[in-house]
Design a protein around this ligand. Structure first.
Ligand code: GAR
Length: 363
């Protein structure tokens, strides 16, 4: 193995790949921000290295981390992150790159194996990136994430410690009409320390909604509100009651998690810019009901989910985050719904965390 290189060039990485190939060996390639190295990273990189004979890490440069992870990131500059990574036994070479995707590097380096952590599947990789890897003949391997270990969790714990005594947690009010799996995902993210928040209240328009049972099992405060007789609408007294209850619970941010009725005044005014919704399509495509069926009927190759702010127009407020999900041949409404649902469960807590930080910071 050559002397370890921190911040090698793409050309050096390509030459390294050729050298390994000549020796009948395989280069494993992976990429990421690796901002605050934690044990999840260390285990993942060890597993990735074990897929071949040498591991090359493409490390996002500082500008691309800021674009991918938002303001305040990276915590550590690229040179430091590269040096720390290269000090690991499992890492043989580090290349810093400024794009958000590894398409160009994949074309240039043509790794034998591409490893990706996680909540991805081969199908949910970015199409351009996947195309470049397939063209390069790279075998794509998805490795499981180490549960409960994440940079955002580390940051949330630090923040919580800093706030201890003086700070306060974001208070969420969750509204749902159905299963409540998004509520569960939000609670799990809170439990893992990934956001500094608590669920102050869960409200449903349906007495029999599973979300109420799930919330009660978690010991959360639950309320059912009588919505009135018009499907999809919420009668004025119900709008008022929900508004009063959210205010009484001192809610900072209202989370619609499968709430199937349209909000109006006084709720929208009382919580202006403070109501979020998750919708199962890449808005502005397929707003309204049955977004999965709409996507299938339109014959699109890709759909996904969107978190957006709630305004008086249904599914039209500012988009805060999206996740793409491929539509596969033979997909049914159920299979597509299930795959999109999974992505909602990571997207929604992440966006809530980002919005919540700004609220707590007084922005
Ligand atoms: C989710 O798929 C969400 O995208 C959808 O309801 C489901 C709720 O699931 N919301 C909408 O269609 C809003 N227009 P959950 O109750 O398991 O969280």
């Amino acid at each position: 193995m050559p002397q370890k290189r921190t911040a090698a060039s793409a050309e050096e990485a390509a030459a390294f790949r050729e050298k390994l190939e000549a020796e009948g060996k395989k280069l494993v390639f992976t990429n990421g921000c690796f901002d605050l190295l934690h044990v999840g990273h260390v285990r993942y990189l060890k597993e990735a290295r074990a897929l071949g004979d040498a591991l090359l890490v493409a490390l996002n440069g500082d500008d691309s981390v800021a674009r991918l992870k938002g303001p305040g990131r990276p915590v550590n500059p690229a040179d430091d992150r590269a040096e720390i990574l290269a000090a690991l036994e499992s890492v043989d070479m580090v290349v810093v790159f400024e794009e958000e995707r590894v398409t160009r590097l994949a074309e240039q380096i043509r790794p034998h194996i591409y490893a990706k952590g996680g909540d991805y599947t081969v199908e949910s990789l970015n199409l351009e990136e996947r195309g470049a890897l397939e063209k390069a003949g790279s075998e794509i391997r998805i490795l499981p994430l180490v549960k409960g270990k994440s940079t955002s969790g580390t940051l949330a714990r630090l923040k919580k410690n800093n706030n201890a005594g003086g700070g306060r947690r974001l208070r969420l009010g969750i509204l749902g009409s159905g299963e409540g799996s998004n509520m569960e995902a939000i609670c799990e993210a809170i439990d893992r320390g990934e956001m500094d928040a608590e669920v102050a209240l869960v409200i449903s328009d349906r007495e029999d909604a599973a979300i109420l049972q799930r919330a009660a099992r978690r010991g959360l405060r639950v309320v059912t509100v009588r919505p009135g007789d018009r499907p999809g609408r919420l009668a004025e007294p119900a709008q008022k009651e929900i508004c009063d209850r959210l205010q009484a619970a001192q809610v900072d941010l209202v989370i619609l998690a499968g709430f199937m009725r349209v909000l109006r005044a006084p709720l929208l005014d009382a919580f202006e810019n403070r109501i979020l919704n998750v919708h199962p399509s890449l808005l502005p495509e397929f707003p309204g009901l049955d977004a999965w069926g709409q996507a299938l009927r339109a014959g699109v190759r890709e759909s996904g989910c969107t978190v957006h702010r709630v305004t008086a127009e249904v599914d039209e407020g500012a988009i805060l985050g999206q996740e793409r999900v491929p539509v596969l041949p033979g997909d049914t409404v159920e299979s597509l719904r299930e795959r999109i649902h999974e992505r909602e469960h990571t997207l929604y807590p992440r966006v809530i965390g980002e919005v919540g930080e700004k609220i707590l910071a007084g922005e």
